[in-house]
Design a binder for this molecule. Structure first.
Ligand code: BTN
Length: 271
């Protein structure tokens, strides 16, 4: 398992822990940065330059971390998990690119379970603990002609309290793993569990169990929600479940159903 890091970085405790933890569990290569603009940007560039499947870019700190819909993502040093996996879809996976954000979210739900944390997924891809956002996922793709050549699965998890962004400007209440009672789960231990879960769930992308488990982990299932399409259009309804491509099925007040596709969408409880 080849890896690289910037000069001097390999003496850091975080790097040493990563080095020990990633032995034997990462099929691809990995790159570590004490500080980086965005792991997704680095992963996009590395994917275009031929990174092998399941390679990892991980940073202790991000200075220009990116979220969905043009938002920024806060990653101060020493407090969060911020990484991007480069996945090179097999031909059978190319029809299921819409499931990759669910893959990341469900893998995090799985990874937190042994620590006794019941996390939920706020569709499409935020992970909540006790109704507050603990992690976000940003999926980006590299195309070759008409085919997706690489999927960048960027995952940011708030682990210790310093990683929780200041409340001003937050569009959803936030928390961190340690505030929810899991003080002993280190960033590296969580990464290890998370990578193992991504590997396992990836083999289930075409199976019923993947959608069933994703559905079972959905926050606000059966409850009234507002789905914002862009900044202005709101659909009110109750969450019924997921379509096979990972789209959300909403029950509308008039008894009909509407399917909401990924994109510039976000959801919140209608309270
Ligand atoms: C969101 O909730 O809007 C998605 C946040 C995704 C953040 C992660 S942190 C690692 C990777 N690098 C980035 O710049 N963004 C993702």
């Amino acid at each position: 398992m080849a890896h690289t890091s910037t000069p001097g970085a390999s003496s850091s405790k975080f790097f040493q822990e990563l080095h020990a933890a990633l032995q034997g569990i990462l099929p691809g290569e990995w790159r570590y940065f004490p500080s980086l603009g965005s792991t997704n940007d680095e992963a996009l560039a590395w994917a275009s330059a031929g990174a092998p499947d399941f390679s990892l870019v991980i940073a202790d700190e991000q200075t220009r971390g990116r979220g969905r819909m043009g938002r920024s993502w806060f990653t101060p040093p020493g407090a969060a998990l911020a990484f991007s996996l480069i996945l090179r879809p097999e031909p059978a996976e190319r029809d299921r690119i819409g499931l990759f954000s669910g893959l990341g979210a469900l893998a995090l739900v799985d990874a937190l379970q042994p620590a006794g944390v019941a996390a939920q997924i706020k569709w499409p891809n935020d992970v909540l603990i006790n109704g507050k956002k603990v992690a976000g996922i940003l999926v980006e793709t590299v195309w070759s002609g008409m085919e997706v050549e690489s999927v960048i699965l960027g995952i940011g998890v708030n682990v210790s309290p310093e990683s929780v962004p200041p409340p001003e400007g937050l569009n959803y209440p936030a928390t961190c793993v340690h505030a929810e009672g899991q003080n002993r789960l280190s960033r590296v231990a969580l990464l290890q569990l998370l990578l193992q879960a991504v590997l396992k769930r990836r083999t289930q992308l075409s199976l019923d169990i993947f959608l069933r488990d994703w559905e079972a982990a959905l926050a606000f299932r059966g409850e009234p929600v507002q789905v914002w399409l862009g900044q202005e259009q709101i659909v009110l309804g109750r969450i019924l479940g997921l379509e096979t491509d990972g789209s959300l099925r909403l029950g509308l007040p008039d008894g009909s159903a509407q399917v909401i596709h990924f994109g510039e969408v976000h959801l919140r409880p209608d309270r």
